[in-house]
Design a binder for this molecule. Structure first.
Ligand code: PLP
Length: 397
């Protein structure tokens, strides 16, 4: 008996793997502080939950259109106008089972075997794996702490080849928190204008979790708008990770292709979730703003605590809820048990087993000098987790 060769082309998400290992240790009674997960620790706002309860009572229990209820797609269009000043028709919106599915739809709709896909690195774990699954060739472009982990126009220009089909990025970025300004996007657009056959996937799922500036979408530039695929969803901004609601906005042609794909994979996301989604998209953003304010306070705390740990280098993240420090100064050091730590993977395992703190290796995001730590947990746990990390690192000689 043999499983498919397709499976060998991609890895299990490292983020989920660390969470699983953490859960296993917790089941043994060990007190694990989880800095590995990428989801708000807040509850879904009440007005959204109320809409879901009503939807159950109103018997929204049947299959929905593959692309989502029409009034939900209209609500997405209104949101894109309200928050991003972008004009889309409901037929250009495909609602899915989370942004992750929208990303998969996009890649499978666009990428053919052998097509190249440019991904600025560090990048969110799933991008490269979906490209591989589609038979595409991943072209990673390394950015650095010095440039705020953002790709520069010359870097983009020199990565493009006649085979380049797609560019995938997130702003705000997971794992670095990098946020592209309007000027930085305009400079990238100037490069794309010279290459009219490249699609651009703009993952904006952390749109609201932006601490210092205003969110800018690359779709605002008319010269490229028809080849931009905006990815967004309710998981992060509305604390709705478990509800599974994502969407994409694209040209009618790409939207139709994604609709066709999704029709074979999942049909559509849950009907109740969709009704709740309308309440989220059209309702008050006050709970979102309150949550973001909390993340901002925690970011300050985390930066303060990181400064107390020698040999760790880190930008203050302008968005999302992660810090992504360079920890390579610890490579080559030895644990009290006599084992040498040579990689971010080994450091992450050391922190899990010794400090009982779960973090994610930067290797999973294409940057093996760093680790990712989430501050989507209470300030109390942040203090506890970073304290344990400080002590464990001090134990390395
Ligand atoms: N895009 C990025 C950059 C993410 O960090 C995540 C989740 O961690 C997603 C997409 C997927 O979100 P969803 O829960 O909507 O599938």
């Amino acid at each position: 008996m043999q499983l498919s060769s397709l499976l060998q082309q991609f890895n299990e998400p490292e983020t989920l793997k660390m969470a699983k290992l953490g859960r296993e240790l917790r089941a043994q009674g060990i007190d694990i502080t989880d800095l590995s997960l990428g989801e708000p620790d807040f509850d879904t706002p009440d007005h959204i939950k109320a809409a879901a309860k009503l939807a159950i009572d109103q018997n929204y229990s049947h299959y929905t259109p593959v692309a989502g209820y029409m009034d939900l797609r209209e609500a997405v269009c209104q949101k894109l106008k309200r928050d991003n000043n972008l004009d889309y028709l409901p037929t250009q919106i495909i609602v899915s089972t989370g942004a992750k599915q929208s990303i998969a739809n996009t890649v499978l709709a666009i990428v053919d075997k052998g097509d190249e896909v440019i991904i600025p690195t560090p990048y969110w774990v799933t991008y490269s794996e979906i490209v591989r699954l589609a038979g595409g060739v991943v072209n990673l472009v390394q950015t650095s702490l010095e440039t705020g982990f953002k790709i520069t126009p010359p870097q983009l220009e020199s990565a493009i080849t006649p085979k380049t089909k797609l560019f995938m990025f997130s702003s705000p970025c997971n794992p670095t928190g990098a946020v592209y300004t309007k000027d930085e996007l305009a400079a990238l657009v100037a490069v794309f204008e010279k290459h009219p056959d490249i699609y651009i996937m703009s993952d904006e799922i952390y749109e609201f979790i932006n601490f210092d500036g205003k969110h800018e979408s690359i779709a605002q530039f008319e010269s490229v708008k028809d080849r931009v695929i905006i990815i967004n969803g309710l998981s992060k901004g509305y604390a709705m990770t478990g509800w599974r609601l994502g969407y994409l906005a694209a040209s009618p042609e790409v939207a139709k292709a994604c609709d066709k794909l999704q029709g074979q994979f999942t049909s559509a996301t849950c009907s109740i979730t969709q009704r709740a989604g309308i309440a989220a998209l059209t309702g008050t953003l006050e709970p979102t703003y309150a949550m973001v304010q909390k993340f901002k306070e925690r970011r300050e705390k985390v930066m303060e605590l990181l400064k107390e740990i020698p040999g760790i280098f880190c930008n203050e993240p302008p968005g999302a809820f992660y810090v992504f420090p360079d920890v390579s100064s610890y490579f080559g050091k030895t644990t009290p048990e006599g084992e040498q730590i040579n990689t971010a993977d080994e450091l992450a395992m050391y922190l899990l087993n010794t400090a009982h703190v779960s973090v994610v290796t930067g290797k999973a995001f294409g940057e093996p000098k760093c680790i990712r730590m989430s501050f989507a947990i209470s300030t109390e746990n942040i203090i506890k987790g970073f304290g344990k990390i400080k002590n464990a690192l001090a134990g390395l000689k």
